[in-house]
Design a protein around this ligand. Structure first.
Ligand code: SF4
Ligand code: SF4
Length: 378
């Protein structure tokens, strides 16, 4: 396991971080709850195996993640890790909610302070809301009274918004972004990641495996990997790509099983900053192209076709369809399409008025695609 300085904070962090959003679960009557015994054992084995960064958040596992994370960090484990949780920005309705929520979270975690407290899932609207609630004053106070060591944010929006948030405050202690070799031009993007590095804001990466999808590549991608002389697994290619960036402090993996933990720990013995050769970097670009070539509908998600007078959610339908084909996982489409069907937003609502096709800058034959997808739908 490689350890790197966490920005300029004066301590090091393991490149593998434990994300506590997909802990092992069990059924309790109708409810799905965390299998606490298994989860606590896993988190502790991860720390014993070298992990020194633990990430949780208010909504994970319907609020149970923070409690179980706190239990796992008893018996001397808390002192061995950097602990992060996140303010549920959507639950803040007035300024004093920020203090109330932080106190509630510290109580659930049963700790006097967290190392990093993040504004959770910031986007354009949410940063505007937090500005109005004077988030910087809240952080200054929480840092001064010792409940928080460093402030940060996690992020889901576009590059410009990421740069705007970075520029909104010179005291950000870290930024958590979605990043992997498919998403280098999405959300914060590679350029945003590099800019954060220039400003001295260390990056924590989430979704390195795209929700697990990159761990199970379709046949053509797997054949490419098998033929490559580096003989890295699909999981290792994904982690090695991100670990290569010096701007990235740690990479979160939301592990659910002991096998994943064992595999991740082994992989992180082999991935390092600058660890990819030029040939391997070029190969990850080829992997991305191999995935993208599996996308049947060349929809960019620009949304110029919206709103449709019949309320057909065209970009969502195309995205769900593309993702299913890209990863060879039909379930990814079925689940989202069923949701759209329930809300009468699926392809069958289309009356072929043509308004969307005139608006589409990609000149996609949207109606034909909707008919085809509608025929394939469950
Ligand atoms: S053609 Fe169909 S999907 Fe496109 S705008 Fe008209 S009703 Fe909506
Ligand atoms: S306008 Fe075209 S490219 Fe843009 S979201 Fe709609 S279908 Fe996709």
């Amino acid at each position: 396991m490689q350890y790197v300085p966490f920005g300029n904070h004066g301590f090091d962090v393991s490149r593998l971080g434990f994300g506590c959003m997909r802990l092992p679960t069990r059924k309790n009557g109708e409810k799905t709850v965390i299998d606490r015994e298994a989860a606590i054992a896993m988190i502790r084995r991860g720390i014993d195996g070298g992990i020194s960064y633990i990430d949780t958040a208010y909504p994970y596992h319907d609020g149970e993640s923070e409690i179980v994370t706190g239990l796992a960090l008893k018996d001397g484990y808390r002192e061995r890790v950097t602990l992060t949780t996140k303010l549920p920005v959507w639950a803040v309705n007035e300024e004093k909610d920020m203090n109330r929520l932080l106190d509630e979270q510290l109580k659930k975690l049963d700790v006097p302070y967290v190392d990093f407290y993040l504004l959770h899932a910031l986007d354009k609207d949410r940063i505007a809301k937090m500005r109005a609630f004077h988030y910087q004053d809240f952080f200054r106070q929480a840092i001064a009274d010792g409940r928080v060591k460093h402030a940060g944010f996690s992020f889901h929006d576009d590059r410009q918004t990421f740069l705007d948030i970075l520029g909104d405050w010179d005291q950000w202690g870290m930024a958590q972004i979605q990043y992997n070799y498919l998403d280098d031009q999405d959300q914060a993007t590679e350029a945003g990641l590099i800019e954060a590095g220039k400003r001295g804001v260390p990056i924590v990466v989430m979704e390195p495996l795209r929700g697990g999808a990159l761990a199970n590549p379709p046949l053509n991608v797997k054949q490419m990997m098998d033929a490559h002389p580096s003989h890295r697994s699909a999981v290792e290619w994904a982690f090695a790509y991100i670990a290569n960036y010096p701007q990235v402090a740690t990479i979160l993996s939301g592990m659910s099983t002991e096998e994943q933990l064992t595999d991740n720990l082994q992989v992180f013995d082999r991935v390092t900053v600058g660890g990819l050769t030029a040939d391997e970097q070029a190969f990850t670009a080829q992997l991305k192209q191999a995935y993208l070539s599996r996308m049947p509908v060349k929809c960019t998600g620009c949304r110029y076709c919206q709103p449709c007078p019949q309320n057909v959610h065209i970009p969502t339908i195309f995205e769900a369809y593309n993702q299913a084909k890209m990863f060879d996982q039909p379930d990814r489409f079925t689940r989202r399409y069923n949701d759209l069907q329930k809300k009468n937003q699926d392809a069958s609502q289309c009356v072929q008025c043509g308004a969307c096709e005139s608006a589409c800058p990609q000149h996609l034959p949207i109606i034909d695609w909707l008919q085809k997808i509608g025929r394939e739908a469950p």
